[in-house]
Design a protein. Sequence first.
Length: 252
Amino acid sequence: MEKISATIIAFNEEKRIAACLESLQGVADEIIVVDSNSTDRTVEIARSMGAVVTLRSFNGFGAQRQFATSLTSHRYVLSIDADEVISPALRQSILRLKEEGFTHRVYSLSRLNFYCGYPVRHCGWYPDPHIRLFDKRYANWNLRDVGEKVVFRDNVIPEAIDGDILHYRCDTPDQFDAVTRRHSSIKGSLIASRHEETLTPFTPYLKAISAFCGSYLGKGGILEGAVGRAISAQAFKGELLAYREARRRRNS
């Protein structure tokens, strides 16, 4: 039977990491947690549940994920976040692959995102496919600070498998807002470094309006009612803050 290493990056996830680790029991043959110096009980909980924990200061999502991959013992790696769990259907799919043998180098997993406990199937939040299971000899994370992804050779075709990653993005609107602000700051620095992109005083507003319309109308957020409006409003805010930060950095 093929063995799998699971990797998790975490920071102050004491409320969620136990559920994440529990969902991996019997699926992962080792669990590697890279923690960005949490100040809560994240590390204690992870170690008590059998995970191997390494502390490392956060240096961008891509770099953190790739560092976690470098610590794994097995060639197939399942990457999951501390606020995610694998669904029963996905669990069975992975166990079947382990039993029958992997026939592909990279696998695409759909992700069902939850907003304050509500499963969101529009706003571009579902099926939200990601490469999260891969043979590390042929695929690895790029080193982008945000918007990171698994990269592999052009001739490798990802295989989709049944089941979802269940992503519990937030418990409250304020929590989601805090994540939006944090990601916008990182994204703003990346935008500022792309000198080929012109940043006028109007750019943040144009990008923000485009993000709202894309989420609410283009991706069906209107069908989610109040939740769709809230998510689309955060899309507006995220782009506005990111491009404002980019202009600030560019002009400083």
